[in-house]
Unconditional design. Structure first.
Length: 318
């Protein structure tokens, strides 16, 4: 059906068979509630999962080309620098490609909530006056706001700093039936480092190099429009317009009618001052605003002011 979707699951609820068919059906990400690397803390939260089950689920999920995301909670009962390090150590073992870090909230229906009501003599009427959630650390004298912020910073810095190593460790199952999905997996991951969420995070070194490597890995498996386009743009940013045009021409062999690849190739030729070649690709899409814009600029750079003006006027009506 050529759709993509994401899921939330438990680490003890997935198998190789289910992951294979989920990936074939378009699943690109599964989020798992890991909560903490400390078994002591997971037990206090009544999170009935084991460390071996966590490791197995993450290894299998990413083996099938599905991004495994970890939900991590901090500021829990008995939280300390030691338990925070246990969480970082577990992340380094399971190597998630995405992680979300939350401060522990107290929710109605949990044992923590019942304990809170007993210790504070509160009733459910507390919600008549309180708009925001109740953070657990607010009820624990051992945990201060400053300490919680420090815990969060250490977790995030540790995750982002180690993310390139997690990327290097990816090993996908050698199943030819999944090669197109593997290519899609690497190209999507590359995009997050190229111009997605990870591109703006300073704690991740060499974002562009990671993206480039992942785009090439995508093409090792199967032709992928996103990978050809991503590499073409990266080479343009490096002012390597020759390599950019070569890659984009390869892309057009597989996706000849793709407007983005055509326009991007035209831009590379325009920067190589090959204006006639550039116009060939821009003018294929007379109803695409971006193509008309670049065609007008290309005519202008080539010294054809009349045609540049005609297209500039056309742009105003699009």
């Amino acid at each position: 059906m050529h759709i993509t979707w994401a899921a939330i699951s438990r680490v003890d609820d997935v198998s190789e068979e289910s992951l294979f068919w989920m990936r074939k059906a378009g699943c690109i990400q599964i989020s798992y509630g890991v909560e903490s690397g400390s078994e002591k803390i997971r037990k206090s939260l009544n999170k009935k999962i084991s460390t071996p089950a966590i490791k197995k689920a993450f290894a299998l999920t990413q083996r099938y080309g599905i991004m495994a995301r970890a939900y991590i909670i901090y500021g829990c009962p008995q939280e300390s620098w030691e338990t925070i390090q246990e969480s970082i150590d577990l992340l380094n073992e399971i190597k998630p490609l995405n992680a979300i870090f939350y401060i522990l909230d107290i929710f109605p229906g949990t044992q923590l909530y019942e304990d809170y009501k007993k210790s504070s003599n509160a009733t459910d009427d507390i919600w008549l006056n309180r708009v925001e959630d109740i953070m657990y650390f607010e009820t624990d004298p051992e945990l201060s706001p400053e300490l919680i912020l420090a815990f969060g910073k250490k977790l995030r810095t540790g995750f982002y700093g180690n993310l390139p190593a997690y990327i290097d460790a990816i090993e996908l199952i050698d199943e030819k039936e999944l090669y197109p999905q593997h290519s899609d997996f690497f190209s999507r991951l590359a995009m997050t480092f190229d111009h997605g969420d990870y591109a703006r995070i300073e704690d991740i070194p060499d974002n562009a190099k990671i993206a480039e490597s992942l785009y090439y890995k995508a093409l090792d498996y199967f032709p992928n429009q996103r990978a050809f386009l991503g590499l073409g743009i990266l080479m343009q940013k490096n002012k390597d317009y020759g390599t950019s045009s070569e890659l984009l021409l390869r892309g057009l062999e597989h996706f000849p009618d793709d407007s983005q690849l055509n326009i991007c190739l035209g831009v590379s030729f325009m920067n190589l001052q090959q204006y006639e070649n550039a116009l060939t690709y821009f003018l294929r899409f007379p109803n695409v605003k971006e193509a008309v814009y670049f065609a007008a600029n290309c005519y202008k750079m080539a010294g054809d002011a009349e045609r540049a003006m005609i297209l500039t006027q056309k742009l105003q009506t699009m």
